[in-house]
Design a protein around this ligand. Sequence first.
Ligand code: NAG
Ligand code: NAG
Ligand code: NAG
Ligand code: NAG
Ligand code: NAG
Length: 480
Amino acid sequence: MAMRSFSNTHHAISVIFILFLCVWCNGQEEEASAAPMEETEKEALYSTIQGFVGNWWNGTDLYPDPCGWTPIQGVSCDLFDGFWYVTGLHIGPIDENSLDCAPNVEFRPDLFAFKRLKSLSFFNCFVSPSLHPISLPTDSWGVLSGMLESLEFRSNPGLTGQIPTGFGHLSKLQSLVLLENRLTGELPTNIGNLTNLRRLVLSANGFKGQIPYSFGVLDKLLILDLSNNSLSGPLPLTFGGLTSLLKLDLSNNEMEGKIPSEIGNLKNLTLLDLSRNNFAGGLIQSLEELCSLEELILANNPMGGDLLSVEWNRLQGLVVLDLSNLGLTGGIPDSISGLKRLRFLGLNDNKLTGNLSPKIAAMPSVGAIYLYGNNLTGELKFPEGFYGKMGRRFGAWNNPNLCYPNGLGGSTSHGPYGVRKCQQEVTLYGVDDPDLKSNMGNNGNLNQNSQFIPSLGFSRYGGEVFWCLFLVATSMVILL
Ligand SMILES: *[C@@H]1O[C@H](CO)[C@@H](O)[C@H](O)[C@H]1NC(C)=O
Ligand SMILES: *[C@@H]1O[C@H](CO)[C@@H](O)[C@H](O)[C@H]1NC(C)=O
Ligand SMILES: *[C@@H]1O[C@H](CO)[C@@H](O)[C@H](O)[C@H]1NC(C)=O
Ligand SMILES: *[C@@H]1O[C@H](CO)[C@@H](O)[C@H](O)[C@H]1NC(C)=O
Ligand SMILES: *[C@@H]1O[C@H](CO)[C@@H](O)[C@H](O)[C@H]1NC(C)=O
C-alpha cells in the first residue's frame, strides 16, 4: 500500500473533492456515505474503540461512515490513494461528545491495524489503579513505526507497568508524552533511537534508575521533562549534546552528583529546573554560559559552595532565580543585582553571610526577594519606599544579626517585615552606661550578648515589640 507520488495523490484528492461537491449540490447524502474506506480499517476502528468505551458501543449502528458523514469525536481521517484512513485517535473526556472509557477498558490488537496512524492519545482513560490496573501492550508497536508522530498518555492513574521497549521502534515519533500515570521501572535505553523527538515528557510517574546516556543523542529535542519521578544517579555527561533544548526539567527526583560542565553547551535553554534532588558539588561556572536562560531553579539540593563561582550578570535574560535551600555560604555578590529582567530572587534558607548591598533593591524588574533563613549581618540600607512597595515579598526575617536603621521616617513608615531596628534597645531603655552600650555591639545586636536579654526579662523579639508599641502609644498621647 505504498503512497503514490504527490501529483497522483493530489489528483485523487481533486477528483474526490469534485465528487463531494456534486454530491453536496444534488443533496444525495446516501451516495456520500459510501465514501471509500476499507472494510478492515473500519472494523478495526469499531473494535478498537469498543475495547476502550465498552461493548454497549456499536459503531456499525451509530457511525456507519466514521470518516465521512458520521464522524466520531476524537477520530480523524485522511485520504490516501482514494481511501479514508484513520490518522488520529484521541480517547478520553475532552469535551462532552468525547469517547469516555469504560471501567473494564482494554487494548485490543486492532489498535495496531492502523498503518496510517499519526497521532494517538489517551486522557483520563485508565483510571482504576486498584480495581483494573492495565499495562501498555508490549509488542506490535513496530507496526506503527512508519507513521506515528505523537503518542500521549496523560492522567491515567490506572496505567501501570513499564514503558515497552517497542516504543524505541517508533522512529518517526516527534512527541512522546507519558504524564501523570503510574508507570514504573527504568527508562528504556532505546528511547535514544527516537532521534526525531522534539518533546519528551515522562513526568509524574514512578520511573526509577538512572537516565540512560543514550538520551543525550536526541539533538532535536526542545522539551525534556522527567520531573516528579524517582530517578537516581548523575546527570549524564552526554546531555551536553541536547543542543536544541529549550526546557530541561528534572525536578523532584533523587538525582545526585555534580552538575556536569557540559551543561554549558545548551545555549538555547530557557528553563533549567533541577530542584528537589540530591545534587551536590557547588554551583559550577558553566551555568553562566547558558545565555538564553530565563528560569534557573536549583532549590532544595545539598549543593554547597557559594555564589561567587558564577558571574551572574552574564545571564541577562534571567527572570526567575531560585537558589533557596542549597547550603550556600559566603556573601551575595553584586553581579546578581546586575540582572535587569529578574523578577524573582530566592536565596532563602542558606548560610549566606555578610552585608546586603542596596543595589539589590535597585533591580528594575524585581517583584520578590527572599533572603530569610540566612546569617546576613549589618544594617539594611535600602530606600524606605522599597519596603512599603514589596511588603512580605521582601523576606529578610530569620537573619538574627540583621537590622534596619532606627529613626528613618516616622512611626507610620514601613520597615522590612520581620527585621528589627538597629540599636533600638539603647534608646528604649535609656541606657547611658558606656560599658553596657559597648556590650550590645555596634549594631545594638542583642543576640551577641545572650545574658543581657534575659536579665531584662524579655524574650528576644516579644519585648521589643511590646516596648515599640508602648512608645508609639505614649508619643501619640503626648502629641494629642
Ligand atoms: C452492532 O449491531 C448490529 C445490528 O444492529 C449487529 O449486527 C452487530 O453484531 C453489532 N456489532 C457489535 C460489535 O456488537
Ligand atoms: C536502538 O537502540 C539500541 C540500544 O540503545 C541499539 O542497540 C540499537 O542499535 C538501536 N537501533 C537503531 C535502529 O538505531
Ligand atoms: C510535581 O510535584 C510538584 C511538587 O510536589 C507539584 O506541585 C506538581 O504539580 C507536580 N507536577 C505534576 C505534573 O504532577
Ligand atoms: C537556537 O535558537 C536559534 C534562534 O531561535 C536558532 O536559530 C538555532 O538554530 C537554535 N540552535 C539549535 C542548536 O537548535
Ligand atoms: C552568624 O554569623 C556570626 C558572625 O557574623 C557568627 O558569630 C555566628 O556564629 C553565625 N551564626 C550561624 C548560625 O552560623
